[in-house]
Write a protein that binds this ligand. Structure first.
Ligand code: NAI
Ligand code: NA
Length: 397
């Protein structure tokens, strides 16, 4: 079978390219292997470790801190209709390489919001990690969450908390700018989004793990967030997702207190805007991303996912160059939030039209990152070669 990027309605890619996904994972691993270690050996749990910031965190910890890792993610495998998801393959390839390099790498595939998966994870920590973890990275992005206490399924929405607002975006499929609007959120919409993307589940994880006695002295945990500036305020700070992130920040303060007796800490990490499965379809975001990437590449401050996470962990998580803001959030997004960078980004955004956006912004770079999410257009991969599905099918995460 030959796999080409087949973009479906809504912009999602039908099949990932398994061999391309391998190349993308290897690229990140090789980047980390080229750098000195940033910490002594750790035992890490990554919730949402199969793609985006979670995968980069797993790779950075494995190769920057010799970390044995457990990742929890929700990814479909190969069936009659699809070749699995990119995250499915990322789990397989990461594990294969990490094991070759002498590290423990375990993948738990299931619903991270469920008590069952939490228990399965605790059992695995006890069995594989001498009963302790040193760090938990919380990197979930999900449209839905079933509350394990009530059994009720909540759905997050992308709506505005300041009334209906314009939110033009880039249609990555048709490659045009399209008008769009963010509808006004009701109180119910805000509550639902907080239920899914707020801090409740992170708190359940930390409290369950602590109760089970599997947190090591000096245990650290962080959850990723985005803050944004003028170009994305309409959807982030003033959106339902922003409300959920504020809840996450409050949770961090609670958890930080609960970890005092372990000399541990909990905080939110505000990361840079990047193309991931979760972010590519947020209104406005692609326009902002294309403009931002152009500016940051010109200024020499652009970082891709692994570069951003490596700097965060090296300087701020384990190093002594931590940048903390007035509400206690750690800020590796400092280069994105630089005043001059924002001024230049806003200037490009205000000029972008369907006719000129490919010239005046870094659409090419943004689109390349989008293709790479599913393993396409990666240097060194032969896309004309047929993929041996049967051999690949036998691989399990
Ligand atoms: P992503 O879509 O690449 O990763 C999401 C992860 O969550 C995947 O590993 C997926 O398998 C897992 N997941 C989703 N639902 C699950 C469930 N029910 N059970 C188990 N696993 C589940 O997303 P991305 O962008 O890496 O997002 C992670 C976090 O980073 C989010 O909190 C996001 O807000 C934050 N962030 C993202 C930025 C961006 O520009 N992409 C910028 C700053 C923060
Ligand atoms: Na992630």
């Amino acid at each position: 079978m030959i796999v080409k990027p087949e973009i479906m309605r809504g912009g999602l890619v039908k099949n990932p390219h398994p061999i391309g996904c391998k190349a993308v994972v290897e690229k990140q691993i090789n980047y980390m292997k080229s750098l000195p270690k940033f910490s002594n050996k750790k035992r890490a749990l990554i919730i949402g470790g199969s793609s985006g910031y979670g995968l980069a965190s797993r790779i950075a910890l494995a190769y920057g801190a010799d970390a044995d890792t457990i990742s929890v993610s929700f990814e479909p495998g190969v069936n009659d209709k699809r070749l699995g998801s990119a995250g499915w393959w990322n789990n397989i390839w990461f594990k294969e390489q990490a094991e070759k390099d002498g590290l423990i790498a375990k993948n738990i595939i299931g619903d991270a919001f469920s008590d069952e998966v939490r228990q399965q994870t605790i059992d695995m920590i006890k069995k594989e990690f001498d009963g302790k973890i040193d760090i938990l990275i919380y990197s979930l992005a999900s449209p839905r969450r079933t509350d394990p206490k009530t059994g009720i399924t909540h759905s997050s929405v992308l709506k505005s908390t300041v009334g209906e607002i314009a939110a033009p975006t880039l249609d990555l499929n048709k490659q045009i700018i399209v008008d769009g609007k963010m509808m006004a959120a009701t109180k119910h919409d805000i509550d639902e989004t907080i239920k899914v993307m707020g801090g409740e589940d992170w708190q359940l994880w930390i409290e369950s793990l602590k109760e089970a006695g599997v947190l090591a002295d000096g245990f650290k945990t962080t959850a990723y967030s985005y803050d944004g500036a003028d170009g994305t305020d309409a959807i982030y700070k003033k959106g339902t997702i922003g409300a959920a992130k504020r809840h996450l920040e409050k949770t961090a303060l609670t958890l930080n207190n609960e970890l005092h007796d372990l000399q541990g800490e909990a905080f939110v990490t505000v990361a840079k805007a990047l193309v991931t499965k979760a972010s590519a379809f947020i209104p406005l975001f692609p326009l902002y991303g294309c403009a931002l990437f152009k500016v940051m590449k010109e200024l020499g401050t652009h970082e891709n996912t692994i570069e951003q996470i490596d700097r965060f962990m090296r300087d701020m998580l384990y190093g002594n160059k931590r940048i903390t803001d007035e509400v206690g959030r750690v800020r590796p997004d400092n280069l994105e939030m630089d005043d001059n960078t924002q001024i230049l980004t806003n200037a490009i955004m205000s000029k972008m039209t369907s006719e000129n956006f490919k010239e005046i912004s870094d659409f090419a770079g943004f689109y390349q990152d989008f293709l790479e999410l599913n393993g396409f257009n990666v240097a060194g991969v032969n896309y004309d070669a047929s993929i041996d599905i049967d051999t690949l099918k036998s691989k399990q995460p």
